[in-house]
Design a protein around this ligand. Structure first.
Ligand code: SF4
Length: 180
């Protein structure tokens, strides 16, 4: 059971992404201090929490999904989160990880682990998540309340979404958000 709090409980996670969206989140810089008193960062690569908690208000999900492990995480998040934000182009469309969808998975693995290997070429067959044939965006697996495009989204756009969520109003992303 989570302790009672009046702060907005925020989570962030990255699936198949490059962490660039999280770097852009940090680019909010000093403005983060302005909202720090209103939020509780309960789960994130930026904090040392291992287990996704209950009663999360908002989760920013960076990256697409390409494995059963990713999908398990998405369902865990959905069960325990009021509002989910597809955070960045990879989460919204598949974007960079989705570029492999033009090829069969076997071709991708062969290229990565055999043809481009300089030492002990071998396709790993254990201890790693089983990859799906296709990479898909977050909303292919769970409902999403908000889409925040950008590769990465601009810090201004992220701050606007964060501010809007804290103030309980729709975000105004006009002129702040775009794909790419
Ligand atoms: S949207 Fe761009 S910056 Fe964000 S994880 Fe994908 S590739 Fe990286």
């Amino acid at each position: 059971m989570s302790p009672p709090t009046t702060k907005t409980r925020i989570a962030t996670i990255w699936l198949d992404g490059c962490s660039g969206c999280h770097m852009s989140l940090l680019d909010i810089d000093a403005r983060l201090a302005a909202v720090a008193g209103s939020i509780d960062l309960v789960f994130s690569p930026l904090v040392d929490t291992r287990t996704y908690p209950q009663n999360v208000d908002v989760c920013f999900i960076e990256g697409a999904a390409s494995s059963g492990e990713d999908v398990e995480k998405l369902h865990l998040i959905r069960r325990n989160t009021r509002q989910v934000v597809a955070f960045g182009d990879c989460a919204v469309t598949g974007n960079v990880p989705g570029m492999r969808n033009r090829f069969a998975l076997r071709e991708v693995l062969t290229r990565s682990y055999l043809e481009n290997a300089t030492h002990q070429p071998r396709i790993p067959d254990r201890d790693i998540p089983h990859l799906f044939e296709r990479v898909r965006p977050v909303h292919a697996f769970i409902d999403v309340e908000m889409f925040l495009p950008g590769c990465p989204p601009a810090a201004d756009a992220i701050f606007e979404v964060l501010s809007a969520l804290l103030e309980g109003r729709p975000p105004d992303l006009a002129g702040r958000a775009r794909f790419g």
